[in-house]
Each structure stands twice: as structure tokens, then as C-alpha cells.
Design a protein around this ligand. Structure first.
Ligand SMILES: *Cc1c(COP(=O)(O)O)cnc(C)c1O
Length: 229
């Protein structure tokens, strides 16, 4: 078996274990293999080993790979998205994890209406308030969602976050818990037109903790493809 196939097997086992430990159905947790900086050959290895969703952070890089590999798999945009790249992003991706401002949501709404291609989106929340990270601040998130809920072409399906890196993943737990609680707060607002079914949280270093706190999508790069350059 290739190293990548071996890694995928091990990540899937760990996902299953973490879900069962939390009393959850492992089938509720989707694996996004994060392939930024990873070459087409390695990505094809991952697809052969059963990966069905790939995560990319940069439009141009993703475009080249998607042209070569195609839509036999789903492609998710997990990086910061500039408003002037929305048209391309809608054509390339099945889901955009990084909607963090109303202007971006409005542009997605407008381009969706024009193209008829409907991508799913997640609202990215900067739970840790680190200034270097993208994402709407936690206390402004409900207000943002209330505005996005008025747009009729955009399809909101949940929330995404990226906590700080900790050597001990247990330290990331409060951030995951906070995102899950925010999801509950938004659900109680009963905004029309949006769903809160997805929580995209957990990376190579901390995905088991994220699953224990309710993640439905984990975004894993290093544990599958090895360290990035
Ligand atoms: C790179 C990246 C990941 C994957 O990180 P790993 O630590 O390599 O698993 C997940 N989410 C986002 C938003 C990323 O940019």
C-alpha cells in the first residue's frame, strides 16, 4: 500500500474511534483531504484510496488541479476568498468554507443567480479573535448570518473555524465547543433560508477533539500527505 493510502486508512480509523467515543455515528463526519501544495500524482493516489472530497486554499492552484482531475470528486475552497475571485470559485467548487463578510456573501448570491450553479457555503468564524486569522468575530457572527439569510440564492449550510495551533490538542477544545454553541444560538434565531447542519472544524493536529465537540467536516492535510514545504 502507498504511504498516502496507509495514512488515509489510519485517519479514517481515528475518525471512527473519536466519533464512537463521543457516542456519534462515524458516518456523520466527512473527511476533506487538504491538498494545497500537493501534486496531482499524490492527489490521484488519495482518490484511489477512497478520498471523495479535496480541500484547496488558492484559486489558481485549485483551477490547474481541477482541470486535470475533474469533478469525479468534490472540491472545497477552504482558504480566504477575494470578492473578485467569486465567479471562478463558483465554477470550480462544490463548497466554500470561508464566507466571513456580507460583501462576499452578496457577490456569491449575485453570481449564483447569474450562473445557476449553486455552491454550498459555510460562515467562517474567528473564535480565537487572532488578528492574523480570517473569519467574522464571534459576537458579530449572528448579525452577519441574519443578513446573509436575506439573500435568496446563496446556500448557507453551517459554520467553519480554525483555532490556534496547540501542542496539546486538548487546549483547542474550548474553541470547538464555542463554535458548536454558536451553531445552537443561530438555530434558536430561526432565520429562514439557511441550514446549520455542518460544523467544519478539526485539522491534523486536533481533529479527534473537534469530532468529540460535534465536527461534521474535518479538514486534514499533513496527516494524509505529510509535511508541506
Ligand atoms: C492547511 C489547512 C488545513 C489542513 O491543515 P493540516 O494541519 O495540514 O491538517 C485545514 N484547514 C485550513 C483552513 C487550512 O488552511
Amino acid at each position: 500500500m502507498s504511504q498516502i493510502a496507509d495514512n488515509i486508512l489510519s485517519v479514517k480509523e481515528r475518525i471512527e474511534k473519536a466519533a464512537l467515543k463521543a457516542g456519534r455515528d462515524p458516518g456523520e463526519v466527512k473527511l476533506v483531504a487538504v491538498s494545497k501544495t500537493v501534486g496531482v500524482k499524490e492527489i490521484k493516489d488519495a482518490i484511489s484510496a477512497g478520498v471523495t472530497i479535496l480541500g484547496e486554499s488558492y484559486i489558481q492552484e485549485a483551477k490547474e488541479k481541477i482541470e486535470e482531475i475533474g469533478h469525479q470528486v468534490q472540491w472545497h475552497m477552504i482558504g480566504h476568498l477575494q470578492t473578485n475571485k467569486v465567479k471562478q470559485a463558483i465554477n470550480l467548487f462544490d463548497m466554500i468554507h470561508s464566507v466571513d463578510r456580507i460583501g462576499l456573501a452578496e457577490e456569491i448570491d449575485k453570481r449564483t443567480k447569474q450562473s445557476g450553479k449553486r455552491v454550498s457555503v459555510l460562515i467562517q468564524v474567528n473564535i480565537s479573535q487572532e488578528t492574523t486569522k480570517s473569519g467574522i468575530e464571534r459576537d458579530r457572527a449572528i448579525s452577519l448570518v441574519s443578513k446573509v439569510a436575506k439573500l435568496t440564492n446563496i446556500k448557507v449550510e453551517g459554520l467553519m473555524t480554525m483555532p490556534p495551533y496547540f501542542d496539546d490538542p486538548e487546549d483547542a477544545r474550548p474553541y470547538f465547543k464555542s463554535l458548536r454553541e454558536l451553531k445552537g444560538e443561530i438555530e434558536r434565531e430561526r432565520f429562514g433560508n439557511i441550514s446549520m447542519k455542518e460544523l467544519s472544524m478539526g485539522m491534523s493536529n486536533d481533529f479527534e477533539i473537534a469530532i468529540e465537540e460535534g465536527a461534521t467536516i474535518v479538514r486534514i492535510g499533513t496527516a494524509i500527505f505529510g509535511e508541506r514545504e
